[in-house]
Design a protein around this ligand. Structure first.
Ligand SMILES: NC(=O)c1ccc[n+]([C@@H]2O[C@H](COP(=O)([O-])OP(=O)(O)OC[C@H]3O[C@@H](n4cnc5c(N)ncnc54)[C@H](OP(=O)(O)O)[C@@H]3O)[C@@H](O)[C@H]2O)c1
Length: 353
């Protein structure tokens, strides 16, 4: 199949035939069944663009929201869904410097968020939202819209990074970077929380994770969680978090937005931070957030994925974590091998099944 596709590409290039791409799109956004497939011509590349043959796409909760019309950010009409895709560069524009044919690349979530604070334009440039996404055979990106990923990651593994991993990284390496001795609360065992768990654990922080499932908590412990709390059987999980942190609360909370922000204020340490990234429930909160912020001296921060620069930092840290992982191995502490990020991606899937 791969040889057949490569042959077709060569023919198309040699005889200037137009290359075609099958892709999914959403003519309306009411249900996942709205997904429709079509075949389109791939336009000629501009000077600064790369053409990527997509090999793997990973799904996020956000893709479900887009498909069902519940995504709070803008979505372009008839959008090609999904933000997270990895593939192989098969053509490059004439001015492209940093990529060549055969490079393995992954797209950045917000195509116009390259570094620093996100702009309005950046907010509207999410793949599979404001812009067409990656659920397509071929995708044209501007050169700055992709990064190369390390050898040790497969296409499938790299495709899990752009949204969840970068968001988790941004939450933990924002204005107050996580460090050894800090404590971190991860809410639920979704993609962002599982990446956050392992990034925080690798930084030497004490990690506490919540879940509706004891089985998932066990898996989370095998990934480095120091404590697990079942938020169904322990609805007052905020008190339990305080208990586990000598009455102080945690330094960082990755807030999944499940309608219980008041409890997050109960679980955070004075002068700690709540990184608000999730929108699982869009109901009104009964919490007096300004007052809670004031009393707790809490830093409440909104996080929307992260920049290209942060994505590169995540990518670089994986190799750092891999080498730490080997140090642990040499010390025969193989139980700490859990921060092996290539298996982390598989665990992410496992945790969803
Ligand atoms: N701002 C951003 O840049 C950004 C980036 C990525 C995701 N998000 C948003 O963040 C949220 C999570 O995304 P995701 O991709 O990590 O989702 P996901 O992989 O689908 O996981 C969602 C998890 O949330 C947990 N959960 C549900 N209700 C909960 C509750 N009441 N308390 C604690 N945890 C609860 C569940 O954990 P258990 O199964 O263990 O109970 C579930 O597995 C979504 O709203 C998504 O749109 C935002």
């Amino acid at each position: 199949m791969a040889i057949f596709c490569a042959g077709l590409l060569l023919l198309a290039t040699t005889f200037k035939m137009s290359l075609q791409s099958r892709q999914y799109h959403l003519p309306s956004n009411t249900a996942i069944d709205d997904l429709t497939i079509r075949t389109v011509d791939v336009p000629k590349l501009k000077y600064n663009e790369v053409l990527v043959k997509i090999h793997a796409v990973s799904l996020n909760y956000r893709d479900l929201m887009v498909a069902t019309g519940k995504y709070p950010m803008g979505v372009k009409p008839d959008v090609v869904p999904c933000s997270d895709g990895a593939g192989e560069v098969v053509q490059v524009g004439e001015h492209v410097k940093d990529f060549k044919i055969g490079d393995r690349v992954v797209g950045i979530f917000n195509q116009l968020h390259l570094e620093g604070a996100i702009t309005d334009e950046g907010m509207g440039s999410g793949l599979g939202g404001g812009l067409d996404g990656v659920l397509t055979e071929y995708k044209i990106f501007p050169e700055y819209g992709v990064i190369k990923f390390p050898e040790y990651l497969s296409y499938e593994e790299a495709a899990t990074l752009p949204c969840a991993a970068v968001t988790a990284w941004n939450c933990l390496y924002g204005p107050t970077p996580v460090q050894a001795g800090h404590s971190v609360l991860l809410q639920g065992t979704g993609g962002v929380s599982i990446f956050g768990l392992q990034i925080a654990h690798a930084a030497g922080a004490k990690t506490i994770i919540t879940s509706s499932s004891d089985d998932k908590l066990e898996i989370a412990k095998s990934l480095g969680a120091d404590h697990g709390i079942n938020y169904k059987t322990t609805p007052e999980w905020d008190k339990k978090v305080k208990e586990l942190t000598n009455g102080l609360g945690v330094n960082h909370i990755l807030e999944v937005g499940s309608g219980s922000v008041k409890k997050s204020f109960g679980a955070v340490r004075r002068d700690g931070s709540i990184q608000s990234f999730g929108v699982l429930e869009q109901t009104e909160q009964d919490a007096n957030v300004p007052l809670l912020c004031l009393i707790g001296q809490v830093n409440l921060r909104g996080v929307f994925v992260g920049s290209r620069k942060q994505f590169l930092a995540v990518s670089n840290s994986y190799s750092f974590l891999m080498s730490r992982c080997w140090i642990y191995l040499r010390q025969e502490r193989s139980n700490l091998l859990l921060i092996e990020f290539s298996s982390l991606m598989k665990q992410k899937r496992l945790i969803h099944t």
